[in-house]
Design a protein around this ligand. Structure first.
Ligand code: ATP
Length: 233
């Protein structure tokens, strides 16, 4: 479904991606792991066209994404839950959910506000609260709900549970697990290895702008040397 091959990216003269390659099959949950500043966000932003890849290829459902405007990439069916959530502060919860809702692919059973509330019941009671008055956990649930309301085939989450309390994190992992079981493909960046190993099929460890290790949860669990070398924060 998503294939990155030898992707390079720069910020001015400074190179951030040095040949990122990974692939995600339809229905899979894959992770990008690695310490801070290794290129995970840059990889995601290259997929979305927020950062322009300077080389390599990014294919989604057979279409090349490099050089494509972000909104056109989103319209192909990629929903982004960005780092920092980026909720509209001066819109209500409900307005945030519907403001960017769409069904460009003509999904027959599209996401609705009711379905988002069924996934995150705590959002329903906060329908009229302004975005900036929501808690971090509510904002993250809203950011996921807002992305789902664009009816993506692939959901990408950058720092899915950063800064959230354990109980809220659990709710978010349970929700992601539920939507992945319903067939959603997910690419996720996070630091909670135990949770990621529970819900993911495949992991990619990123070090200085390239993938240095990939494998299943069982392989990562068994490989203490790799975890120590690349993932201890
Ligand atoms: P984090 O978890 O801290 O977000 P990351 O793995 O997502 O880390 P990136 O944010 O992709 O890493 O950063 C990769 C490299 O690119 C780092 O060296 C970082 O300093 C650099 N970088 C990121 N954003 C910019 C920017 N806007 N301008 C210049 N350099 C940047």
């Amino acid at each position: 479904m998503l294939e990155l091959k030898d992707v390079t990216a720069h910020y001015g003269t400074s190179q951030a991606l040095f040949g990122m390659s990974l692939d995600l099959q339809a229905g899979q949950v894959a992770t990008l792991l690695g310490r801070n500043g290794m290129g995970k966000t840059t990889t995601i932003n290259s997929v979305m066209g927020i950062v322009k890849a300077s080389g390599g290829s990014i294919r989604f459902d057979g279409q090349e994404l490099v050089g494509r405007a972000s909104f056109r990439t989103a319209n192909l069916g990629i929903g982004l839950v960005p780092e920092g959530r980026q909720i509209f502060p001066n819109l209500t919860m409900m307005e945030n959910l519907v403001a960017t809702a769409s069904n460009h692919l003509g999904v027959s059973d599209p996401w609705t506000v009711e379905k988002v509330f069924a996934l995150f019941p705590e959002l329903e009671t906060r329908k009229s609260s302004m975005g900036n008055l929501l808690s971090g956990g509510e904002q993250q649930m809203l950011a996921i709900g807002r992305a789902l309301m664009t009816n993506p085939k692939l959901l990408i989450l950058d720092e899915a549970t950063e800064g959230l309390a354990p109980l809220v994190r659990r709710k978010i992992w349970d929700a992601l697990s539920e939507i992945s079981k319903a067939g959603m493909s997910i690419l996720v960046v996070d630091k909670n290895l135990a949770d990621l190993m529970r819900i993911s099929d495949r992991h990619y460890i990123v070090q200085r702008g390239e993938v240095v290790w990939s494998g299943s949860s069982a392989e990562l669990q068994a490989d203490e040397t790799t975890r120590r070398r690349y993932l201890e924060f």
